[in-house]
Every structure is written in structure tokens, then in C-alpha cells.
Design a protein around this ligand. Sequence first.
Ligand SMILES: [Zn+2]
Length: 300
Amino acid sequence: MTVLTALLTKRSSYPPFQTTIGKSVTISGIGVHSGLTVELELHPLAANMGIIFERSDLKDNAQIMAGINRVVDTRFSTTLGNSFGVTLSTVEHLMAALSAFGISNILVRVSGSEMPIMDGSAGPFMDLLQKAGIVVQEEKRQIIKIKKNVELKEERRWVCLEPADKICFDLSVDFQGREGLKPESGSYSISADVFEKDISKARSFGFYQDAQALYAAGLAKGSSLDNAVVIKEGKVMNKEGLRYQNEMVRHKILDAMGDFYLTGLLLYGKCSGHNIGHEFNNRIMKKLLGTPGAAEIVTL
Ligand SMILES: [Zn+2]
């Protein structure tokens, strides 16, 4: 095991070395679809081990490596699966927090088939990582650098990845005018500090009408006003209101950060887009890495 060197204190840029967490930490919460309580454990891992998920409720074939090619479902959240058919849902919010802190190596153990939803944001995961501490390891960090533009376009949505010397997002959502909601946009250069202040606490959102259909189908059993912003007839139902005026587009950035970080490497470049979601996030990353010359893996 590589010797851990020092606790990370500077958070405005990413160190040129890999990182892990300083100690094991746990938290519990309910799964948004099952409504069942699950235990989440985070453990340090040696350099070059990457991000490994493990189902602690299973004896065999319990591990699933993070990876864009391990995504098996993007309908309600991002679900990973291994070659034995073992799956784990809703990994994206923890992945966003891991991305924001640039954590390279970590073992994530969960006692069920979905991650705890917590409050629907990445805030509780960020707090958990702060409690664990972030430790710099001795091996150099690799990143993905975008070298040329890659895009996907459909009728009402598009996404473009382009070269930039930092990690930044410029996204918008328009809800296609549903229930009279106004379009939202947001533009952020990502660091751990910016994530903590501007992105991490943005919650998942959904429409009351859709939730009723999901409940009727036996889905989203754990979904409630405690873990989502819910819109009914164009109004926010949550008593406390919104956490940010453009909370929904900020959550889109959070989701994209998490989905992109399934590579285990930070993505240096700019992501612009409109009405993107998990499926689009996965497809654009596959396109980026599958297009010759579009991206380069660089040692920092
Ligand atoms: Zn989300």
C-alpha cells in the first residue's frame, strides 16, 4: 500500500497526485426507489485502485468498478452493473462529491441495490468526505483533457464538450415550458470550494404529477419532499422553498459532474448544454473517449 503523505488543505485546485480519504466513515439513509434503509461505508484505497463500489449485502460478485461502460440504466438515475448482473443505482450524487474533491481511490460499500438518497443533493456526501479527510498519495494523478469539440444534438436538447484549461459548465434547462416554469441557466468553474458553495446543496427535482404515476407503478417509494424539490402546478411544494434561485440547473451540473467522473479521472474542459440528463451525459462521454483525437489522458 502506498504511503499516505499529507492531509489536503488547499482546495482551490487539484493536486498533481492521487488522493484517497483519511479514514473510514459511514452514513445511512433510504433508497429513493425502494424506500429501504441502506448503510453506506467509505474506505480509503491504495493508489491506482480507482473507485470501487461493493454491495455489502451480497457474498459473491459484489464489486462493481466505476466506469462509463458499466452504466446499465439511466432512466431515473445512473445505475452501474457488473458482468454478473449485480447493480447499484443512484451513484451520481456521491460521484459528484468525489469529483469535486478529486478523490482518485476509494471503496464505496452499500448494503442494498441503491445508494441512500439523503436530502436529494450531494451536501451530505460532501460533509461525510470532509469528516473522512482527504489525503494526498504518492502516485501522480491523471486527467482527461478535451482536445477538440464533441457534441450531441437532438430536437430539444444538446451538449458540447470543448477544450478549456479548467473544469467548467454552462448549462440551461427550459422544462419545455411545462407548468409555466421559466428557463434556468448557470455557468460555473468547478473547484471543491465552488462545488461546496454553489452546487453541492442543489436537490433533485420532479413534478408532483409524475411522482403520482411512479408511486402507482410501485416506483419511487422513498421519494418525498425530504429528498426532492417537487413542482405542482408550476409552484414549489417544499415549505422551505428553493435553496438557490436556479437550483434545478445547478442540480443538472451536479448530476453531470457525477456521471462524467465515472471514468475516475477529472475532465478538464468546458461542458455546455441544454436539457441534458443521465443518458445524454453517458453518451457524450462515450463519444468523447471513442472519437480519435478528441481527448487525451494526461499526467498532471
Ligand atoms: Zn441528481
